[in-house]
Write a protein that binds this ligand. Sequence first.
Ligand SMILES: Cc1ncc(COP(=O)(O)O)c(C=O)c1O
Length: 378
Amino acid sequence: MSADSLSVLPTPSLLVDQQLMAANIQRMNQQLEQLGAPLRPHLKTCKNIEIARAMLAGHPGGCTVSTLAEADYFFEHGIDDVLYAVGIAPGKLAAVADRIKAGMKLSIILDQEATAEAVVEAARHHDCRFQVLLEIDADGARAGFVPDEPELLNAAMKLQNGGVDVAGVMVHAGGSYACLSHEAIKAMAETERQSAVKAAEHLRSQGLDCPVISVGSTPTALRAGTLVGVTEVRAGVYVFQDLVMAGLGVCREKDIAVSVLTEVIGHRKSRGEVLIDAGWMALSRDRGTASQDRDRGYGLVRDSDGTDLGEIIVRATNQEHGIVGLADGSALNLADFPIGRRLRVLPNHACATAGQHSGYWLTNPIDAPRKLKRCHGW
Ligand SMILES: Cc1ncc(COP(=O)(O)O)c(C=O)c1O
């Protein structure tokens, strides 16, 4: 997209650089092809069917989602194999049953014996055959059965005996987002793989089929050395990448395909800071780089065409204002940032920033502005 066509877009706007996105998709595909595991992309990052189709190309066609609204949206657009990868709330089981009856091949996950009991009860009540993946905890980061504890097998047996299909196991090594080196991420990827494979072997040894072994996050998928035994990988943020991923070293800042277009609206002369019309509503409140080596505030500032401007960050935000300054606290030369100058902000967390917007403006190579809608809500 030329600077001229960018200048007609409203601000703040969410931009997607199509060439960078295509390169990110290709990189993940090459990695997984090399390791022999198919992708079940997590579509919570893009929440858009055109981008989803680009992510799904060359893979079996199943997707991962984080809301039932995403499941409905992608099903309406022809994707019927959907893993809803948030521990199922018993209050959602009637809605899950409705979708299965409507033809969606919807799988759910759980990590509590009490939830397994609720699923069995709902299966009877709704006369519905639920497909369940048992979530395994690889790293203590969030959720999952502890593989060696009896609750895992108890839950699996309750499900099977109650007419529910135990489709397999899934692991998400969220601890990878806090790893400090390539080696640590690689080791986390191996822990993720081994916990999933071992849990599945344990269940299989007890007579459960457990055909699916599902693992993944962007850092572990990109750094894994082997995926032996794994039947599918879930990754989502790789499609855009972001500053947190760059801070982890799993991408470069120049790979980040999503950004927020904004305009200079004021100067804070005494502090050498610039005000922009992108605050936390446009950037999100995510501060994911705060715990990394380089804290990027609420985002890293680039020129409107993406050109590197150095260490200029959004230091603070109000609802619709961003306060931009040099990362080291020194004063900007305000003459370089006249009122009306357009800039881009690279996000800390692509999912969070994109979630603030109703759609994307495609850049590079499209010259006529075109907006892709995102689905939203739960
Ligand atoms: C269960 C699950 N699987 C896969 C992913 C994808 O990970 P990433 O966003 O690092 O690509 C997530 C992300 O939060 C997740 O929660």
